[in-house]
Design a protein around this ligand. Structure first.
Ligand SMILES: NC(=O)c1ccc[n+]([C@@H]2O[C@H](COP(=O)([O-])OP(=O)(O)OC[C@H]3O[C@@H](n4cnc5c(N)ncnc54)[C@H](OP(=O)(O)O)[C@@H]3O)[C@@H](O)[C@H]2O)c1
Length: 326
């Protein structure tokens, strides 16, 4: 089968198309013939080699989120999965391939009318957004800021906050055009990356869902209301400065909370339930799947160049050759 591996860590030219033996599912696993593969920011980070300390090596096949048809299952897996169209989560590797092995416990059936492309656009982003908002104890009527709203997670957080009855949904983004698109998805206030915005009243928020982190993160503590909660769900801007805790303590009298949130702490059954709900919502039009572009699997390097250039609004998706997007 065809797959895309990291030949050398670094820029996207280090990605190469390789031919590998077809994988076999082991106990508890399912083999998916992929129709669509989600491309995520974490894939770039692994490609650069910055996570080598976590055991990622050259030769690694990127990709976690896939959708397609179950071709085989390993021992102790219900054989009725075979032949079903599903969403599956391979973890941090193995997805950029014509066939991907995933834990069977990650499988979620696709709604009948749902494309594989939409499934990998909505699936894990909605899980992070849903549980990120829950981690922040978001309640209807509260005001929410989504920092770094133009990516898959942010777009889901904006929609879920709006549909969850947020009093206001602010976003940070880098362009007016993106701001307009985010307004169409439920944002009520558009800020620039620093949290400012021409013509926008300065405001503060009960909840900040932060996809960015980075050196500017502490300045957003100033935008939290008393008892406000900031949950970092991503680090696309790098780690926060080492003294960021000092900045929180400077606001001691406002009883602020800061937390990180990783979907790794969600149980398999909760993850499946929320993924299934989100896919169902997307299939009936209650949640919008924002696909930036669909590219052939062998153009994974181009997909990474687009990601690295900051061109992507929503989700980039890879499709193996010969697989029409259904
Ligand atoms: N918590 C979890 O369980 C979990 C799961 C999967 C992934 N992640 C993490 O989530 C992140 C990827 O999420 P994503 O795919 O939604 O994000 P993304 O598309 O990579 O980035 C989101 C947006 O952030 C803005 N941005 C990028 N760099 C920035 C910077 N230096 N300063 C300010 N804004 C910046 C960009 O929008 P504008 O240009 O419009 O500003 C970009 O579209 C990664 O850090 C990944 O590790 C977390």
């Amino acid at each position: 089968m065809q797959a895309v591996a990291i030949r050398t860590f670094g820029d996207p030219t280090g990605l190469e198309v390789v031919d590998l033996p077809d994988p076999n599912p082991e106990r508890g696993q399912a083999l998916i013939v992929t129709e669509a593969i989600g491309v995520g920011g974490v894939d770039s980070v692994i490609r650069r080699g910055t996570l080598a300390e976590y055991g990622f090596r050259e030769g690694h096949i990127l990709g976690g989120e896939v959708a397609g048809t179950v071709a085989a299952v390993g021992a102790e897996v219900d054989t009725s999965w075979v032949g079903r169209r599903v969403w599956g989560f391979a973890g941090l590797g193995g997805g950029y391939a014509e066939q991907a092995v995933v834990p069977a416990e990650s499988l979620v059936p696709l709604p009948a009318n749902m494309s594989a492309v939409d499934a990998v656009t909505v699936g894990s982003s909605s899980v992070v957004a849903h549980f990120g908002l829950r981690h922040a104890r978001f309640a209807p009527g509260e005001s929410v800021l989504v920092r770094g709203a133009a990516g898959g997670i942010g777009i889901m957080a904006v929609q879920l906050a709006a549909r969850g009855g947020a009093g206001a949904v602010a976003v940070t983004t880098s362009s007016t055009e993106r701001g307009s698109r985010l307004r169409a998805l439920g944002a009520t206030r558009v800020l620039d990356r620093s949290g400012g915005g021409a013509g926008e009243a300065s405001d503060d928020y009960d909840v900040i869902i932060d996809v960015v982190s980075g050196v500017d993160l502490p300045s957003f503590f100033d935008r939290l209301r008393p008892n406000g909660r900031m949950v970092a769900v991503g680090v696309v801007g790098g780690n926060p400065p080492a003294d960021f805790g000092t900045r929180m303590f400077a606001a001691f009298q406002r009883s602020l909370s800061f937390a990180t949130f990783s979907a790794n702490t969600v149980t398999d059954s909760d993850r499946r339930a929320v993924t299934a709900e989100s896919l169902a919502a997307a299939s009936r039009g209650a949640l919008e799947s924002v696909v930036h572009e669909v590219l052939p699997l062998e153009q994974a390097a181009l997909a990474h160049r687009k990601m690295d250039a900051g061109e992507v609004f929503g989700r980039l998706v890879l499709t193996p050759s010969g697989q029409a997007s259904k």
